[in-house]
Design a protein around this ligand. Structure first.
Ligand SMILES: [Fe+2]
Length: 383
């Protein structure tokens, strides 16, 4: 006999009925908790609930988030579409009423309901019903999760109990993600300040890291790399020259060509840079970029003399953008080249210095680069 007032009783019943769905639910719950991407927990939640309820969309609004995250299902896979700016109004919406009552609520025939207001996507997507789940952490209400269905929601109390539990796990995961990303952001701001300090020390490279990062990301996106790679590039390209902090300002700013010995000192900056970031967890993916951005495709680069595809892909991307930006900046011993001249020099170095595939794609960005570098002139010599 089921105890109607005890949600765990319903949960146990469903688990007994379908152990394989329950096993996959538990695995997904673990995945949700360990996810560090803000929208990933929602995707996993929607997938985990698949055997129990037909989810067409999920929206999540946390009290400490200004935006509502919305995930829509299209076809067979969930599309991570995050709609920013949709707010759950303080009153008058079904979701806010559910929050006030602090219990899961189901609404049928949304379109016929005039009592509540709904976000515009509800009508656009033709959702028929919804399940609103207030989220709690201990005794604190942390937000609301809404599941939208394109069919009538025939949701038993057993399923509602499961959905509530998984929804709360998801909310915790999203809160964790926010916390981690806040810590990363703070740390990264410190590191960025450090980069700015290096660029202040080396007057010829002011703004260099920012431009390299911007165009390295544009180039990488043309290859359709993953979000993780874009993030690694964001960190790696920003920090690619951080090792210069360990190089004497006299050498960095020398007014004339470097001697062989001085050049050998400069060549240490990728290894010094890697050493600076090697103990920072979230910068692990940036290490190959920091260490490998002066490797050359023909194996004559430094510090490891890697060649061809031994050089990590993101380092090959960074190398060509770094070279281009350096040419378009003034140096103590020469004036800046124009973007057109620099692109020509990239073309001439294909196969020797650069990966031909990467460099040719970069050359395709020529008009964009020419316009960008004309609009925002690179730093001028300040001595
Ligand atoms: Fe460098």
């Amino acid at each position: 006999m089921q105890d109607k007032d005890n949600p765990r009783s319903g949960y146990n019943n469903v688990l007994q009925q379908d152990t394989s769905s329950a096993a996959s639910l538990l695995t997904s719950t673990k995945d949700i908790l360990t996810s560090l991407d803000l929208s990933a927990p929602l995707v996993k939640l929607a997938e985990a609930l698949g055997p129990f309820i037909r989810v067409d969309a999920v929206s999540l609004k946390l009290n400490n988030l200004t935006e509502e995250l919305l995930l829509l299902k299209r076809g067979d896979t969930f599309k991570q579409e995050i709609i920013y700016g949709s707010r759950i109004t303080a009153s008058g919406s079904f979701a806010s009423e559910a929050m006030l009552s602090n219990s899961p609520s189901i609404l049928h025939e949304i379109a016929a309901n005039t009592q509540f207001s709904f976000p515009s996507y509800v009508a656009e997507e033709k959702f028929q019903s919804l399940v609103a789940l207030p989220l709690t952490s201990g005794t604190r209400q942390t937000g609301i999760l809404t599941i939208y269905l394109k069919e009538s929601a025939d949701v038993s109390s057993d399923v509602l109990a499961i959905v509530s539990i998984v929804a709360n796990v998801t909310a915790t995961a999203v809160e964790n993600t926010q916390l981690v990303s806040r810590i990363e952001k703070n740390y990264f701001s410190t590191v960025e300040a450090l980069t700015a300090a290096i660029e202040a020390k080396d007057a010829y490279t002011r703004g260099h890291s920012k431009r390299v990062t911007q165009f390295a990301i544009t180039l990488a996106e043309r290859f359709g790399v993953s979000e993780t790679d874009i993030r690694n590039l964001q960190y790696g390209a920003t920090l690619h020259d951080i090792g210069k902090i360990g190089i004497s300002g006299k050498i960095l700013n020398k007014n004339g060509r470097l001697t062989e010995a001085e050049y050998e000192v400069i060549k240490k900056h990728p290894v010094i840079g890697e050493r600076i970031i090697e103990r920072v967890d979230f910068l692990q993916g940036a290490r190959p970029i920091v260490r490998g951005h002066h490797e050359r495709f023909d194996g004559t680069g430094y510090p490891d003399g890697l060649r061809d595809e031994e050089i990590p892909f993101l380092a090959r991307i960074s190398a060509v953008v770094d070279f281009f930006d350096a040419l378009t900046s003034d140096r103590p011993y020469r004036r800046a080249y124009s973007a057109e001249q620099a692109l020509l020099m990239v073309r001439e170095s294909i196969g020797r210095e650069f990966d031909p595939v990467v460099a040719r794609e970069f050359l395709e960005m020529g008009p964009v680069l020419a316009a960008a570098y004309q609009e925002a002139p690179v730093p001028v010599l300040e001595i």
